[in-house]
Design a protein around this ligand. Structure first.
Ligand code: TNX
Length: 480
């Protein structure tokens, strides 16, 4: 199992899959009934058996039951597998979802690796809850655009490993990917380019809402990011008035960073920022709104801070928790701001406010766009190579010595897409490393070690093959 559950007590019982006849939903909540429907299709697919969905009084069932007094964490669950029934209990629907996830993974792996004709599962009890509350992935859809279908496919895979946040990097120098009704040229012009000269693309507001809903149904929260005030060439090419000289720039298809900036002295800039933040907030039920802040190399620090102070006010006005790359610390950040660590900076530990929560996205350990090794056909390597073991074998709470362990809210694995053009490329860079990140986020540190993890991971290659998902067949792993 990946992520390895917090506590597993094996029993000597064996569940024969054919003994299961129904799904019993004891707590009548629409989300649980939807999950029952999904599990029913899953079961049919992997076991050929047709289950009925019932609400009470059933033997030979997989039972979902909410016991809110018993569980004090939203994602905690218990999964109990006996010889002729399965019980999943949690305090919330989200907890039940995580439990179903674990059950499904056991069924798929036993389906793919079973030695006998009888599909069976080992009996026992699992008590499980996550180590970190934020277990994220980030997808850069600006350097190369990814379709709604691609994003949904990534969401399915992420949620099957219990990842619960997807951060969407929606704008950069090379493209603007989200329709803003009050500034239509952002997508009419800025949405039409990408790295290498392709045609780009963008999400309409309907597309975006569809993705948010799809993610929500899988207990993944979307974190939208508009990178400001740098990384804005696509916006600067779309609207002349956002430039200090009043002239629009050319669309950009290269991969340099740090050359663009909004004009911080113009009132139009703040009208633009407010319209964008308002429209995006209206479409995003999640708590966070990411305002970028990285690599604004051509914005003088004083201008950057002035710009961010006003932008942070706007984020607050629309009731979102601001999130930003750690460069944001020079501005006057509200205490609740979530800062995303990505690279070492000499002054990071000195200036980082002790009260701030930090999300770990270390370029050396988390970046899925770093090559695995010198022969990886895709990716960059400015932060070094990132083999599967290195990506797994570290601890977010102690990576940056000057941070307090309880400041670390979790980890997020970004996939920057300068060299990533389609879903196969994405999959090759994300898998299997993102699976290790999912385990770092979920499983307590004392339960994790590379020997055991690499053994378990060796069975997941066949799972990815079965789903026709590409992955890097790293030699470190003895793939089964
Ligand atoms: C740095 S990490 C960037 C991105 C690039 C990435 C490539 C960060 C906040 N900025 O603009 O895409 O490196 O690895």
């Amino acid at each position: 199992m990946i992520p390895l559950p917090t506590n597993v007590e094996p029993s000597d019982e064996i569940l024969l899959i054919d003994h299961i006849k129904s799904i019993q939903v004891k707590t009548l909540e629409p989300s649980l009934l939807r999950m029952a429907d999904d599990l029913k299709s899953f079961w049919k697919n992997y076991t050929k058996n047709e289950l009925t969905i019932v609400t009470d009084g059933e033997d030979h069932a997989i039972t979902f039951e909410i016991e809110s007094e018993k569980f004090d964490e939203v994602e905690a669950y218990e999964l109990d597998i006996e010889s002729d029934e399965v019980n999943i209990k949690a305090g919330t629907a989200e907890g039940i979802y995580r439990g179903i996830n674990t059950l499904e993974q056991l069924v798929v792996l036993s389906h793919l690796h079973a030695n006998s004709n009888f599909l069976s599962l080992p009996g026992g009890e699992i008590e499980d809850h996550p180590s970190f509350e934020y277990r994220g992935a980030m997808l850069d859809v600006a350097r190369h655009f990814f379709s709604v279908a691609d994003v949904k496919r990534y969401i399915d895979l992420l949620s099957s490993y219990k990842i619960n946040f997807l951060h969407f990097h929606l704008s950069d120098d090379q493209g603007w990917r989200i329709e803003i009704k009050s500034w239509p040229k952002l997508t009419e012009i800025g949405g039409q380019s990408e790295v290498g000269g392709g045609t780009g693309g963008f999400y309409t507001q309907e597309d975006f809402r569809e993705i948010v809903q799809y993610a929500n149904d899988r207990f993944i929260t979307i974190v939208p990011e508009i990178d400001l005030p740098g990384h804005t060439n696509a916006a600067l090419a779309s609207y002349a008035e956002l430039n200090c000289n009043g002239k629009s720039t050319e669309l950009y298809t290269g991969i340099e960073v740090g050359f663009s900036t909004l004009c911080v002295d113009k009132e139009e800039t703040y009208e633009f920022v407010e319209d964008v933040i308002r429209e995006i907030s209206e479409m995003s039920p999640g708590p966070y709104l990411h305002i970028g802040g990285d690599e604004s190399h051509v914005t003088p620090e004083e201008d950057f801070n002035r710009f961010m102070d006003r932008t942070l006010e706007i984020v607050k006005k629309y009731d979102k928790i601001p999130m930003g790359w750690y460069e944001l610390i020079t501005a006057d950040i509200p205490e609740e701001t979530l800062l995303q660590y990505w690279a070492k900076s000499a002054d990071f530990s000195k200036v980082i406010p002790k009260k701030s929560k930090i999300l770990m996205s270390s370029a050396s350990y988390n970046y899925l766009d770093m090559k695995y090794d010198s022969i990886t056909p895709l990716g960059l390597h400015w932060a070094g190579y990132l083999p599967v073991k290195k990506a797994y074998d570290w601890d977010p709470r102690s990576l940056v010595p000057d941070l307090d362990a309880d400041q670390i809210i979790g980890l997020e694995a970004p996939l920057w897409t300068e060299t990533i053009e389609d879903f196969d490329d994405l999959a090759l860079m994300a898998f299997p490393r993102i699976i290790g990140h999912a385990e770092i986020g979920w499983t307590p540190k004392k339960r994790r070690n590379w020997e055991d993890y690499s053994q378990r991971l060796s069975y997941h290659g066949s799972l990815l093959d079965h789903l026709e998902v590409k992955y890097y067949g790293a030699e470190e792993i003895d793939w089964k």
